[in-house]
Design a protein. Structure first.
Length: 346
């Protein structure tokens, strides 16, 4: 070895290189240092239940169906077999009216579905969405400022807050009476958690948890859902109650209010364009179980790209769901739930 060569070797030895690649060398090592692990138990599977027989696929959500009560039970059984322990129900009523009477009817479609699932699969956690928009003929999330409810100080067509709370409380109690395990108010009305908590406690359901859609944005990613649930507003939008996508400090305020009012779990919705919001809310309320809603538009984008052969559906879906959990969600409401559970198992 020449002197020069020797010196070069010494220099190399002195070179300090940090080597994170050491722990990426094998599958086994990577598994040992993995920080986030998805599990089928993290998923809540949304189901759309309608009157009639059979199932019909939703055009803008391939693989997602409007289901009869019988088919809803079948789909919940498929979820259970794949290891998914929870479903969230959305109802499409027979008829719509300004208040949405079927929403709290004893034989309403969601009421039938809750009873049927709890009868056939008692261990399945049945979550119910508590809102008006699928049931009202105008498609809004509350009682509107018109007709007998007209309030001169507010614009015509404005979603009235306090009269809507009474309806939400009725809906929650009706779901509780059928055996729902968790109620999830999604209408972003002020005071909705207090109103529902109070009504449930008064009716003897003090042990029924509330999952609050605490931080819900006025998002365009809900497009396909509105076709699925037939709940698009007939005019206007939801900006007077859902949050402005530009805001994150306001998310903390919404979450704090709902914790104060007695929510048992919080939700951020949508998930992907709001991963930062999930993180901020989780850090501010680490004691609260946190859900994130991987919404219809997020689902359909993956399905469309996969159908074109542009992305690998399984890998992209699992990567997406991992990102939501990594951001701080404990639970993920996702239309991918059953597929993802199967991919995780294989
Ligand atoms: C309201 C509700 C909506 C969604 C869940 N609950 C629609 C809305 O707020 O307009 C959207 C879910 C999705 O896009 O997957 N009941």
């Amino acid at each position: 070895m020449t002197l020069l060569e020797h010196e070069m070797t010494i220099n190399n030895h002195q070179l300090l290189i940090n080597r994170p690649r050491r722990l990426r060398a094998t599958d086994a090592l990577r598994a040992m240092v993995r920080e986030t692990e998805l599990n089928a138990r993290d998923f809540i599977y949304p189901l759309f239940v309608r009157h009639g027989e059979g199932r019909s696929e939703i055009r803008s959500m391939p693989g997602v169906y409007q289901l009869s009560v019988e088919e809803t039970v079948r789909e919940a059984e498929a979820a259970a077999r794949s290891g998914v322990n929870a479903v969230i129900l959305f109802g499409i009523p027979e008829e719509k009216d300004p208040i949405g009477l079927e929403n709290f009817a004893e034989d309403g479609i969601v009421q039938q579905a809750i009873r049927a699932i709890k009868k056939e699969i008692p261990e399945m956690v049945v979550v119910t969405d508590v809102c008006l928009c699928e049931y009202t003929d105008h498609g809004h999330c509350g009682i509107l400022n018109m007709g007998e409810h007209f309030h001169a100080g507010l614009p015509e067509g404005y979603v009235l807050n306090d009269p809507t709370l009474d309806v939400l409380a009725k809906v929650a109690i009706s779901h509780a009476e059928c055996g729902a395990d968790i109620v999830a108010p999604s209408g972003m009305m002020d005071g909705m958690i207090s109103a529902i908590r109070d009504a449930l406690d008064f009716s003897g359901y003090e042990n029924l948890p509330i999952l609050s859609y605490a931080v819900k944005y006025a998002s365009s990613f809900y497009g396909p859902f509105r076709e699925a649930a037939e709940g698009a507003p007939k005019f206007g939008d939801r900006k007077s109650h859902q949050m402005d996508p530009a805001n994150v400090r306001e998310a903390l305020r919404e979450a704090a209010i709902d914790v104060e009012e007695g929510a048992d779990m919080l939700m951020v919705k949508p998930a992907l364009a709001y991963l930062d919001v999930i993180r901020v809310v989780k850090d501010a309320f680490p004691e609260m179980p946190m859900a994130a809603y991987n919404v219809s538009g997020e689902y359909s984008m993956i399905k469309a790209a996969a159908a074109n052969g542009w992305i690998d559906e399984a890998k992209v879906t699992l990567e997406t769901l991992t990102s939501i959990k990594r951001a701080g969600a404990d639970l993920i409401i996702t239309y991918h739930a059953v597929d993802a559970a199967k991919w995780l198992a294989s």
